[in-house]
Design a protein around this ligand. Structure first.
Ligand code: ATP
Ligand code: MG
Length: 324
């Protein structure tokens, strides 16, 4: 199968008010195949959302971007807003963390779904618009779709709001669906339902699906391929099912802090230390200060993403594979 997303040497810096630079993404390379499902995992601040919004070229004004992002072979970083219209929405549908904030409180669900379809698909027949909207609401698992269609966002629970957001994202039949922390504001049962829905939709619609989350447990529910990012870099990329598949010490650490809902392991652990200063570029492993397996050499040179055992890792001393 062909590649639908090819990212090469992607660097994104944000300029702060006092003209400092935050290096949010650093020479990021990533290839995603058509129809593939991937989860992008990492702690808060490591660049996950920056990557998501780069994919629709919607970075804020204070961002500087270089490198290349090809969607279906076409470069999107040099396109203007008009040219990007059919990438945003029609090629790539996106859902975000706070469905309540993405929906406009003064318009009904009907108006919000239909506006999107009218604008992009140039359909104005009321009956067709209504049928399309109701079908979409049913497809995302809303049982009383006719009632929800007439409702306003504040009348819906967070879970229902997120389903509506997914319906809006699907209304333009995108090939790629990006979900950036789609369940963070929802309670655990609803989280599971949304992940189940994404699982169903990706199969039914043969979507290329990208789930972005800080929660490795959630990532494993949806995706076999796990891409771990740390301080703006991919540190591990491979097929990971459990802790024993982790080849980078950071991925192993992420497994150790999973609050295991099934085993009711309530104690919430964190990885010791914090992200390195994102305003600096270090000639060393970015994770070395927090790594349980650190070696002197790790603080002397910067690293490439290379194959260790089965996965690609950015580590001099991976947990499996390359000789020590
Ligand atoms: N508009 C902006 N202006 C300046 N700095 C920004 C901006 N957006 C993000 N950053 C910084 O860029 C880095 C990466 O942020 P990003 O939002 O991509 O991380 P994230 O992994 O999505 O985090 P979270 O899990 O909290 O959503 C952080 O240091 C953040 O503070
Ligand atoms: Mg984010």
């Amino acid at each position: 199968m062909g590649n639908i997303i090819e990212i090469n040497d992607l660097c994104v810096n944000y300029r702060t008010q006092n003209q400092e630079k935050i290096y949010a993404l650093r020479n990021l390379k990533l290839i995603i195949k058509k129809g593939e499902t991937v989860a992008i995992v990492g702690e808060s601040g490591c660049g996950k959302s920056t990557l998501a919004i780069s994919l629709i070229n919607l970075l804020p004004e204070n961002a500087e971007v270089s490198g290349s992002i090809k969607i279906d072979g076409k470069e999107i970083l040099d396109k203007n807003n008009k040219e990007l219209q059919n990438v945003r929405g029609e090629k790539i549908g996106m859902i975000f963390q706070e469905p309540g904030a993405s929906l406009n409180p003064i318009f009904s669900i009907k108006e919000q779904i239909e506006e999107t379809i009218k604008f992009h698909k140039k359909i104005s027949d009321k009956k067709i618009l209504k049928d399309m909207s109701i079908n979409l609401l049913r497809e995302v698992g809303i049982k009383d779709a006719e009632r929800i269609y007439e409702s306003f966002p504040h009348q819906l629970s967070g879970g229902l709001q997120q389903r509506v957001m997914i319906a809006i994202a699907l209304s333009l039949s995108p090939e790629i669906l990006i979900a950036d922390e789609p369940t963070t504001s929802l309670d655990v049962t609803v989280q599971a339902q949304i992940i189940e829905l994404l699982n169903k939709l990706k199969k039914q619609r043969n979507l290329t699906t990208i789930l972005i989350t800080h929660d490795l447990h959630l990532a494993l529910e949806l995706s076999k391929r796990i891409i771990v990012i740390y301080a703006g870099e991919v540190v591990e990329d491979g097929y990971i099912k459990s802790e024993k598949d982790a080849e980078h010490p950071y991925t192993k650490a992420l497994f150790e802090i999973i609050p295991d809902v099934i085993k009711k392991r309530k104690k919430f652990k964190i990885i010791k230390g914090e992200l390195p200063d994102m305003k600096k570029i270090y000639e060393r492993c970015n994770f070395s200060d927090r790594c349980n397996f650190v070696h002197e050499k790790c603080r002397e040179i910067s690293l490439e993403l290379v194959r260790a055992d089965k996965n690609y890792v950015r580590c001099l001393f991976p947990l499996k594979g390359r000789k020590k």
